[in-house]
Design a protein around this ligand. Structure first.
Ligand SMILES: O=C(CO)[C@@H](O)[C@@H](O)COP(=O)(O)O
Length: 231
């Protein structure tokens, strides 16, 4: 069942260590099949060198395992909530990549300081609040998903325009139309966190990108009048 998508998810997971986004098993990638209301995610805590496409786990939008011999990622309930509420996304990534995690631990939104940011994220990437002890008690990973969804609702953000978030004290989640796009967005987010850090070291008063440059860069790559690349 869903063999092609399993292969895609497996390969996207292997990209995380290749891109230097994770150490050990500190991350996960999933992708969804909207027609079947099912998603595929990597198994929990399995060494990337030992993992095969056949180890991928099929889950429903409640996080129940539908097919697979291994336990799914511990973050499966978060992915399930995001697929349920962000109806246009096709893939999700969670990492503990160094630079984005440093910003998450600092509890800072990631401002759009340059066009590297604007090519992918149409505005600042928000840092969602700490979970409360009640939320952790109620269901840590599921409530993590709800905190992300509520953060986007409060900031009136479109998850396709801002395809990522930081969680205070934790790390980033990114997403995209596919698992590969979600991985690319995780790479970009980590890079812009690093660039922003250095920018603020060089000039703590460095300004955020003016709105018209943010518009220009985001919209030339995305949206109906996009002209970047071979469109
Ligand atoms: O956030 C964490 C650990 O803090 C987990 O996402 C990470 O270790 C990945 O766990 P899984 O192997 O996907 O269960």
């Amino acid at each position: 069942m869903l063999e092609k998508l399993k292969e895609e998810v497996f390969l996207a997971n292997l990209e995380l260590p290749k891109q230097g986004l994770i150490k050990y098993t500190w991350g996960n990638v999933s992708a969804v099949d909207r027609s079947q209301k099912l998603f595929i995610i990597k198994p929990s805590g399995v060494d990337y060198d030992a993992m095969t496409a056949d180890d991928m786990v099929v889950c429903d939008f409640e996080g129940n395992v539908i097919e697979g011999k291994l336990n799914p990622s511990s973050d499966t309930p978060t992915h399930a909530v995001l697929y349920k509420h962000f109806e246009d996304i096709g893939g999700i990534v969670h990492t503990h990549s160094q630079w984005a995690t440093a910003w998450a631990q600092a509890g800072l939104d990631v401002p759009a300081m340059g066009t590297t940011h604007a090519d992918t994220f149409y505005g600042p990437v928000p840092c969602a609040r700490f979970l409360t002890s009640e939320e952790v008690e109620r269901g840590y990973e599921k409530e993590t998903g709800h905190v992300i969804v509520n953060t986007f609702a409060e900031h009136k953000l479109d998850p396709l325009e801002v395809p990522g978030v930081l969680l205070h004290g934790h790390a980033p989640f990114t997403w995209g139309k596919t698992a590969d796009e979600a991985v690319m967005n995780a790479v970009v987010l980590d890079e812009v966190c690093k660039m922003n850090f250095y920018t603020r070291q060089l000039n703590s008063y460095a300004e955020e990108l003016p709105q018209y440059i943010l518009d220009k860069h985001y919209l030339r790559k995305h949206g109906k009048d996009a002209y970047y690349g071979q469109k």
